[in-house]
Design a protein around this ligand. Structure first.
Ligand SMILES: C[S@@+](CC[C@H](N)C(=O)[O-])C[C@H]1O[C@@H](n2cnc3c(N)ncnc32)[C@H](O)[C@@H]1O
Length: 246
């Protein structure tokens, strides 16, 4: 399973603040939450708490859920007053029914089998009030897989604070589960001699989705799609879904 969210959680926290613009992410979610008069929100895949901090400070009744304790440990320092809970998106219950559940930062990519996705949507539907909303972003398979050669290599160089990072990634088509691919990355950090030293590696299988595919998964788990928008990200194009529990 992923090392990015365990051994490398702190590296994730630093690198991804240079990739995602969390102020923009917050503005985006805040707009959609306000438009729908949402007061209580549960974030699934809350990671290291960058959105948690902003949503909590903006006055939402917030709960962050993540699978990995290492991510939650950092989240609790990022947003000390927000509430967090360790749980698996595929198997959780909420004590109180919520106005809205959000799955952020394309965390849905980790629900690689149809079963995973159905289990997660069922848990979310159980945790929502009648007419409650589910909002999430998902990588658009129709964009990602056009021109996806069998293996793609990519190097990222980025600096957070004074830490200089390099990530060398290989993406390999793997259509076993759906629109999935294997993502292998090696992480390096510059040492005092100015040389990149390997600090870890990660292997994950990730899933992108077609719009119709997700619309159907929503329908069979008790949701009605109310809005579907394109959403830009630092890499690959996303679709943003808003669905209502019916
Ligand atoms: C790409 S990160 C996004 C984190 C955060 N939303 C952000 O924007 O920085 C994906 C997150 O999903 C979490 N995750 C992966 N599988 C999960 C599962 N089955 N249940 C809950 N969280 C999960 C990971 O631990 C990680 O924090």
């Amino acid at each position: 399973m992923s090392k990015l969210y365990t051994n490398l959680a702190n590296v994730y926290h630093e690198i991804y603040q240079t990739l995602f613009d969390y102020d923009e992410e917050f503005k985006f979610y805040d707009k959609h939450l306000k438009e729908n008069e949402i007061k209580s929100v549960v974030e699934i895949g809350c990671g290291t708490g960058n959105l948690a901090k902003r949503l909590h400070e903006a006055g939402y009744e917030y709960l962050g859920i993540d699978l990995f304790d290492e991510m939650l440990k950092i989240a609790k320092t990022t947003a000390p007053l927000a509430k967090f809970r360790q749980a698996d998106a595929r198997n959780f219950e909420l004590q109180e029914k919520q106005d809205c559940v959000i799955i952020t930062g394309r965390s849905i990519s980790y629900l690689t089998s149809n079963n995973d996705l159905i289990k997660a949507f069922n848990c979310i539907a159980n945790g929502l009030k009648q007419d409650g909303l589910l909002m999430f972003d998902a990588i658009d398979a129709s964009k990602l897989f056009v021109g996806f050669t069998y293996e793609k290599l990519d190097t990222l160089l980025t600096t957070y604070s004074s830490n200089e990072y390099k990530r060398i990634s290989k993406s390999k088509k793997n259509l076993q589960f759906g629109w999935t691919w294997d993502w292998e990355s090696e992480y390096f950090m510059k040492n005092q001699d100015g040389e990149y030293e390997k600090i870890g590696e990660d292997f994950s299988t990730l899933r992108a989705f077609l719009q119709d595919e997700l619309s159907l998964f929503l329908k069979i788990t008790g949701f009605e799609l109310v809005n579907l928008l394109p959403k830009k990200s630092y890499a690959w194009d996303d679709n943003f879904f808003i669905a209502k529990k019916v």
